[in-house]
Design a protein around this ligand. Structure first.
Ligand code: GDP
Length: 437
């Protein structure tokens, strides 16, 4: 355990009804006493106490004070929480008083959770889930983060590791007791279990639903100039986020709007109108439109009766490859196009059907947090490592060599939860944490 006691404002640094300062470490009770709390509240019992400045004796606030004794706390250390009135002066003065105490220092970003991991209170996937839960913008992300926080991903990783361990145990038994009464070839037989696990993990790497749920689904609208892409985006976003103009080729750059669809965070991307001719700036706009369509998870092709037809073969092909085709401006002329969703961004006709189609695809692409998918590039990198070691084991030829590869695979998988190499992994995992977590 660390002998430094840390503190931080764990609520947002803004004027509010309440502000919570957390402390963790052996000096918590001493800090409370210094703040004038002469009768310490019982652990886990909130008590109202006057807090005073240790140096001047001035009253800082009337606060609710909570204590937790080690190891029964979030970090596993002694902890205290000061539930202050959320005024900026109160927060400032309380933090200043804590800063002035010896043996106390301000916490670094993610340091509370980091200590929780180091003290065995949670594994790395749970720590990541806390970050995801705090960042969750929609119900689907919230569900995913909570499933991961409650051990969904850890259980799966441990299950995979257990299966590797079993294979390895059989190999080792085969090697060690080769001369004894073991059923012949148990090592080789055990290796036969690898392809199934390999396929399972490879499917996990290829899936991408967890990553998409965490990062959001990108939906690009492409089509000829004036088809109504910006108008559709504005209609969906319910606000004037993109520039709507009757002049062709106004949207030369990419405009993005973030919103939630069925609890899934999505980014709507308005692109420049696709057309072959034009000046340099316009050609650059078209190039970016095509590039953003390539990066998008869902590509929506927008056409309209009065929009110029495309002459460019490559661009026409891109439209044909889109996931969804909207025939816009159905108010101008009734549109009966095969497989197209007829819409009027002007009157709103067809809006519900468009939303439903986009929602369905967004949920399909994210799995809507149903299972406990891998959600981060870190997880994918680990699984790739594991797969490489497993493939090496299968091709090793000699059982000794296969056993060594499996040991490496098992080790790599242990990094998912932090069962292995936890110290080295902390910096990666906590890179995007904020202060007070
Ligand atoms: P973009 O270039 O594809 O982004 O097209 P805009 O959204 O800028 O729209 C081009 C023009 O078409 C504007 O004058 C819009 O007001 C008009 N427009 C867009 N959608 C509709 C529609 O559904 N019906 C009608 N009648 N006009 C529309």
């Amino acid at each position: 355990m660390s002998d430094e006691t840390i503190f931080a404002l764990s609520t947002a640094p803004a004027r509010a009804a309440l502000a919570v300062i957390r402390l963790s470490g052996a000096a918590c009770d001493r800090a409370l006493a210094a703040l004038g709390v002469s009768v310490l509240p019982k652990p886990r019992h909130a008590a109202l106490r006057a807090l005073t400045d240790p140096q001047t004796g001035a009253l800082l606030d009337e606060a609710l004070v909570l204590r937790f004794e080690a190891p029964h706390s979030f970090t596993g250390e002694a902890m205290a929480e000061l539930h202050l009135h959320g005024g900026l002066a109160v927060i400032e003065s309380a933090l200043a008083a804590l800063s002035a105490m010896s043996g106390l220092r301000a916490a670094e970003a993610g340091e509370f959770t980091r200590r929780a991991v180091l003290n065995g209170k949670m594994d790395l996937t749970a720590a990541e889930a806390i970050a995801d839960l705090i960042d969750a913008e929609g119900g689907a992300q919230q569900k995913q983060a909570l499933a991961q926080l409650r051990g969904g991903l850890r259980h799966r990783a441990e299950g995979w590791r257990e299966r590797l361990k079993t294979v390895l145990a059989h190999l080792e038994a085969d090697l060690e007791f080769a001369d004894e009464d073991l059923p012949g070839g148990i090592g080789q037989k055990a290796l036969n279990a690898l392809p199934d696990l390999h396929d399972e993990l490879a499917a996990e790497v290829g899936d991408g639903r967890g990553l998409r749920l965490r990062d959001g689904v990108r939906i690009a609208f492409i089509g000829p100039p004036n088809a109504g892409k910006s108008s559709i985006l504005n209609m969906l976003a319910g606000r004037a986020a993109a520039i709507v103009s009757a002049r062709a080729g106004t949207t030369r750059d990419i405009i993005e709007v973030a919103m939630l669809l069925a609890g899934v965070p999505v980014t709507l991307i308005d692109t420049a109108g696709l057309r072959a001719a034009g000046d340099d700036i316009e050609r650059e706009g078209v190039r970016r439109a095509v590039a953003s369509a390539e990066e998008a998870d869902i590509v929506v092709w927008v056409s309209a009766p009065d929009a110029p037809p495309l002459e460019d073969k490559i661009l026409t092909q891109r439209l044909a490859d889109a996931d969804l085709h909207i025939a816009n401006k159905c108010d101008l002329a009734p549109i009966e196009e095969e497989g197209a969703l007829s819409l009027s961004a002007k009157t709103g006709a067809g809006q519900e059907a468009l939303l439903a189609a986009l929602q369905e695809r967004a949920l399909e692409l994210t799995g809507s947090g149903a299972s406990a998918p891998v959600t981060r590039a870190r997880h994918i990198a680990i699984l790739r490592d594991v797969l490489a070691h497993m493939a090496a084991a299968q091709n090793a030829g000699a059982l000794e060599l296969a056993a060594e590869d499996l040991r490496l695979a098992q080790r790599a998988l242990g990094r998912m939860t932090g069962a292995v190499d936890v110290e080295q992994l902390l910096d990666v995992v906590f890179a995007d944490f904020c202060i007070g977590k």
